[in-house]
Design a protein around this ligand. Structure first.
Ligand code: SF4
Length: 408
């Protein structure tokens, strides 16, 4: 979008009026639900094209990288499909040039005060269930100086919070610097004026760079927050998933995190119903979730993906059992989350106000990421706080996913 804008094109994200002439759909092809959503979106715009409401429809991104030939056959009314490394060609059909000087120029689609910063693309891990390396290729880190340039440009536009993402943050630097360099990157990013919060999403447990814990602890700008998808805990399943870790190593790692940064919010995601997940293996997972008391947790039913190594296994946990197990984990987590949130009542937090929604200003603490974590609600009929700015609040009450607060 930054490239299009730099080419003087009028471009909008998720056009609220839905009245553009040319539609570019950036697809996801990761798991069944994401593929379905992508295909429904393509069909929606192809129907609009057939009705004469849209001139041209282009499809890019992971689904089209993974299934280009099938899609061209099944939905031929799309003008052209592009893969994940086709940006210059996509720009060409949009009558724009790929300009090197525009790298790092962004038209952000998030609110004006936070932005995602992608620090690497692709993944070198062998996780058996995962289709991402098929679509995104091997791990390629973006150099520290390029990321600092991008962060500086974002800060100049008013961005206060950077949310660092990659398929695998843990691997950052190994390809270009021959060493894990996430801590080095963080130490440079904290120097960017205007950036006040830096948040880490998607670390891989095996080989996690422990020097990052020191940076989280010592740098006030780096949020005491870590998203580390752990997927499962049963040793047989972890082995089959090719995660390079075990029940004991994972538990020890979490204990090290808690000891180093006691108030860190740890977020994880789990895959439920992986091939061969017995009732006992699931029970082990559930007991471990109860023991670890993650601040945040998401559980997803296993999706059997072709061309992954797990595709050779039998997808032998029935869908309704997967769903029932997901529900059990989420019920347990919602109780844990409720209890952890009650501990916050009466305490003071710095919050970043994201938006006004009806009668509430909605913000987040450093322990919460947008869209997926807790929100802090401030009654807008009796209080005023500025959207996009920080406020100090006191928590007055809490549910499992929301905190109610008053500014102080
Ligand atoms: S580390 Fe993440 S992106 Fe990479 S293969 Fe494993 S699950 Fe997929």
């Amino acid at each position: 979008m930054g490239q299009l804008q730099g080419n003087n094109k009028n471009v909008v994200h998720e056009d609220p009026e839905d009245d553009g002439d040319i539609v570019v759909i950036n697809t996801c092809g990761f798991i069944g639900d994401a593929k379905e959503e992508s295909i429904n979106t393509i069909l929606h715009y192809v129907t609009k094209k057939e009705a004469g409401d849209v001139e041209r429809v282009y499809v890019s991104g992971c689904l089209s990288e993974r299934y280009k030939t099938d899609l061209e056959k099944e939905i031929p009314n799309v003008d052209e499909y592009f893969g994940t490394h086709d940006l210059p060609n996509l720009l060409k059909v949009l009558d724009a040039d790929y300009k090197h000087e525009l790298i790092g120029e962004r038209l952000t689609t998030t609110p004006t005060h936070y932005a995602y910063l992608k620090i690497a693309e692709g993944c070198d891990r062998p996780c058996s269930f995962c289709a991402i390396p098929l679509m995104r290729g091997g791990h390629v880190s973006t150099p520290i100086e390029d990321l600092v340039t991008e962060a500086t440009k974002l800060a100049k536009k008013g961005i206060k919070e950077l949310i660092l993402i990659a398929q695998d943050l843990t691997y950052y630097g190994l390809d270009i610097y021959k060493k894990r360099a996430l801590a080095d990157l963080l130490k440079e990013l904290v120097k960017v004026d205007g950036i006040e919060w830096i948040r880490l999403h998607y670390a891989f447990p095996t080989g996690f760079p422990m020097d990052v814990l020191e940076v989280i602890k010592n740098e006030p700008k780096v949020c005491n927050y870590l998203d580390i998808p752990l997927q499962h805990i049963n040793d047989d399943i972890l082995k089959s998933m090719k995660r390079g870790t075990s029940h004991k190593k994972t538990t020890d790692l979490l204990k090290t995190f808690r000891a180093a940064v006691p108030d860190m919010a740890i977020r994880t995601t789990l895959i439920i119903g992986y091939p061969g997940e017995t009732e006992a293996a699931f029970q082990e997972l559930k007991d471990w979730v109860a023991e670890m008391r993650f601040e945040r947790l998401g559980a997803f039913a296993y999706s059997h993906e072709e061309n992954t190594t797990a595709a050779d296994l039998e997808d032998n946990v029935p869908e309704e059992v997967k769903q029932e197990r997901v529900n059990q984990i989420m019920e347990l987590q919602s109780q844990i989350s409720f209890e952890l949130n009650q501990e916050k009542v009466g305490k003071e937090f710095k919050v970043l106000i994201d938006r006004k929604d009806g009668n509430y200003f909605v913000g987040r603490t450093e322990y919460d990421s947008p869209d997926v974590d807790n929100e802090v609600l401030i009654d807008a009929t009796s209080h005023y706080v500025q959207v996009g700015k920080f406020a100090i609040v006191k928590i007055t009450s809490a549910t499992e996913f929301d905190l109610y607060a008053e500014p102080i």
